[in-house]
Design a protein around this ligand. Sequence first.
Ligand code: SF4
Length: 365
Amino acid sequence: MNTTVDLHGLTPPDLAAHLRQNGVTVTDAETRRLMGWAISQGRLDFDQMPKPVPRRVRDALGTLTTAHRPRVLERVTDPIDHSVRYLFEAHDGKIFETVRIPLHKENHFSVCLSSQAGCAMKCDFCATGRLGLLRNLTAAEIVGAFCAVRDEAPGRVSGAVFMGQGEPFHNYDAVLQAAAVLSHPCGGRVAQKSITISTVGLIPRIEQFTKEGHKYRLIVSLTSAIDEKRARMMPVAGRWKVAQLAQALKARTQATGRRATLAWVLMGGVNHGQDEVEALKTTFAGIPLRLNLIDINDSRPDGYRRATDAERNAFMDALQILGMPIVRRYSVGQSEDSACGMLAGKASAALDDASGRALQAAPAL
Ligand code: SF4
């Protein structure tokens, strides 16, 4: 049975398996060279490889594989932080975004990736959530977008974060397959520890992720440790309670020996009170944590507002009792609408306050 697959969604062993299933004899070394040329180098002119694979294999590639990248509709550079927002159009017209984020290290970048067009999670403070889920992206589309951004970067792309549109664990298999390609030495060449996956807390998938032993970083967007309040902002909390989330993270810290990272989208008048500190203290007692604090951006239509400096400082002071590292992150791209929640379909990113490194992107808030 002849089937066509997109090279962007494959690791070298995947390509070898696909070719062999279709009667093509190929060595592992040949598939590594092919994928290195196609994904690491971003080249599809296989005749030009310094050490070409046999002609029959190249011919088979022509009939058994494709290599499409989503079309770039728009690139917008933020004049202040120099992040670049890419708007992509998939083959079926679905729109999604990716943001290139400058890292503190000169000429190094991270890419904030979308995992879905739209999102089913409907977080109340998120513009993407208001779109609803349009569809899952394929691993090939995710990697294709990464390659398109990387090939235009004026330096090395050494990080990737799944914090653009969509809930990555709602599209688990495609996201993990994309991460496998991105981290492969013949693929995106991003270190596994430099790939971050963010989730609002789909517990079965967190447990699966832990059980499978992935080395990628995981961030759980908590935003409130009080079930009723969290459920009002994040409908996923109606299904899984904070205490269940804490148990899943406890198991994860035991398996990895590392702190669990929580993201906290800070909203003025909403989630910076002593009640939150107490809930965190009670529910996460004994679990080594790190907290990323992200200000929601201003100028929003949904009634949420950015916390004042006094509100934020009081919260950060109160959190000291928990003895965990607290890292404040900044959204990038605000001046060009690519920051959290400024417009539906705008991905966003955040800068590490302490080091100035743009380690992570924040969800489209
Ligand atoms: S914050 Fe993330 S999970 Fe929630 S609706 Fe937005 S994109 Fe989806």
